[in-house]
Design a protein around this ligand. Structure first.
Ligand SMILES: Cc1cc2nc3c(=O)[nH]c(=O)nc-3n(C[C@H](O)[C@H](O)[C@H](O)COP(=O)(O)OP(=O)(O)OC[C@H]3O[C@@H](n4cnc5c(N)ncnc54)[C@H](O)[C@@H]3O)c2cc1C
Length: 450
């Protein structure tokens, strides 16, 4: 029988597995996962650590038993693929009871990403955690059971910020170190500044412009202090939130084509550019960026699930394409919702666009309702064409999901003049009569003409 081997049992890998099964009943499907869980929501880890989600099981969408019983997919946990031989069409698996070789007809790489660990003294001390898999989340939860009182989070990207908030919710006093002049480099600094203010309001000690220098530990090898460019901070645990890099060592060693940040290069059907029967998706793979018109590496669960679905359909003989990304993402930090799509000002400038950036303040509901919150919408539009290049939203409850209107506008190449005319909804509990998105589009259009 024809065999599909999947490496990595989370979003990309298991989406590919289930879609392939739906298309082809006769395929033998084996999924190899080095950790202890499949199909889990890494995105939910901060909410589990913060106590909003009570158990790891709640974050698991499907267990190995469900895959076996409902989909006839053979999931093997604690099974790490340590080598790929594309010429012989085999992988080497280090499993719980020893190593073995497995033949494949189709191979799907969904190995994800790994947290960036800086090459600095002490980063391997016990009590230093990266957060990427459910197993990582379990390690942080276990550390919290010994009632630590202080934590340092290194890195002010969204994962670092979500983790800082989660640790504060668990009663720790938290310092967050960010080397750049502002937190959240995926949005513009004026938007990031609002996020930093909200974190300060929640008691998080945010230190910007303070890169990590090293980590000191006690005689037993346990972390005790974090040293930054600006000071030193006693701590009981450290969480690294310095971003991720594609986990592609296996692919690189096997000679599989890679590109941006060594992420695996694929075509629109998620087939690798180098091997006919090897497919890839998720955080280990590149995506085509529709605004930049070139491959990019953006690690998001939304992309991973779509990649997996497309790869699974194609490798099972169907036809599906992945139409690219525009970097749409959102999060909630303290009482603020933050969302972005398309290009930030830095990205637009680096890409050579000539653009206008306009910030508009409005309210999330009709201003006369008691719980109307503040919302800021920042739009970037190309001079000359008026094409929407990017959008950022920060504000109180009800703000962030408006980003999907902006994402749809960028996806379909709308100009801000066109966006201003779109028939958007209105009722007092949801916004003012002119939606903040409409006002922002109209003002940006006006700025382009002035
Ligand atoms: C804390 C956190 C919050 C996030 N929040 C969001 C969010 O709100 N929205 C969003 O869109 N995205 C979010 N993400 C990103 C999202 O979780 C990832 O983009 C998504 O999980 C990627 O899926 P994947 O299948 O490519 O990789 P992963 O989920 O990383 O899974 C890869 C799997 O492969 C396994 N593996 C790796 N190498 C091998 C090997 N050699 N052999 C066997 N198994 C192997 C790993 O153990 C892992 O389980 C968040 C991520 C984190 C960590």
């Amino acid at each position: 029988v024809e065999r599909l081997v999947i490496v990595g049992g989370d979003a990309a890998g298991m989406s590919a597995a289930t879609v392939a099964r739906r298309k082809r009943d006769d395929l033998e499907i084996i999924a190899l996962e080095r950790g202890h869980h499949t199909s889990y929501s890494a995105c939910g880890i901060p909410y589990w650590i913060g106590g909003e989600v009570s158990s790891a099981e709640d974050l698991v969408a499907r267990t190995p038993a469900e895959f076996r019983d409902k989909h006839r997919i053979d999931v093997r946990l604690e099974s790490e693929v340590v080598g790929v031989d594309p010429a012989g069409c085999t992988v080497i698996v280090a499993g719980p009871s020893g190593s073995y070789e497995l033949r494949y007809d189709h191979l799907m790489l969904g190995t994800g990403a790994v947290p960036v660990v800086p090459d600095l003294p002490g980063v391997d001390a016990s009590g230093v955690y990266g957060v990427q898999t459910l197993d990582d989340g379990e390690a942080v939860r276990a550390a919290l059971s010994s009632a630590p009182s202080r934590a340092v989070v290194v890195g002010g990207g969204y994962i670092g910020l979500e983790m800082a908030e989660a640790l504060v919710r668990r009663g720790l006093s938290v310092t967050l170190l960010e080397a750049a002049p502002e937190v959240m480099s995926t949005v513009d600094p004026d938007v990031g500044a609002q996020v930093r203010a909200a974190m300060g309001g929640m008691g998080i000690d945010v230190r910007i412009g303070e890169g990590l220098r090293g980590i000191e530990s006690d005689a037993s090898g346990r972390v005790r202090r974090v040293v930054s460019e600006g000071g030193s901070y006693d701590t009981d645990l450290v969480v690294l939130g310095l971003g991720v890099r594609p986990n592609t060592r296996l692919a690189v060693e096997a000679g599989i084509s890679t590109g941006v940040k060594h992420a695996i290069s694929t075509n629109r059907r998620m087939r690798t550019l180098s091997h006919e029967n090897i497919w890839a998706g998720g955080d280990c793979a590149e995506s085509f960026h529709r605004v930049l018109q070139r491959p990019a590496h953006i690690a998001l669960g939304t992309h991973a699930n779509r990649h997996g679905k497309v790869a699974g359909a194609n490798l099972a003989g169907g036809y599906d394409t992945f139409e690219g990304v525009i970097g749409t993402a959102l999060t909630r930090i303290c009482d603020l919702e933050i969302a972005r799509t398309g290009l930030s000002s830095r990205e637009a400038t680096e890409a050579g666009f000539c653009y206008e950036a306009v910030t508009t303040e409005s309210t999330t509901r009709a201003g006369y309702l008691p719980d109307a919150g503040r919302i800021t919408v920042k739009l970037l539009a190309e001079r000359g064409t008026g094409r929407l290049l990017g959008g950022q939203i920060v504000g109180h409850q009800g703000s962030a999901k408006r980003i999907d209107v902006l994402a749809t506008a960028i996806w379909t190449d709308l100009s801000v003049m066109e966006l201003a005319e779109v028939d958007l909804s209105y009722a007092p509990p949801f916004g003012p009569v002119w939606d903040p998105v409409s006002i922002a589009a109209r003002r940006t259009a006006a700025a382009l003409l002035s």
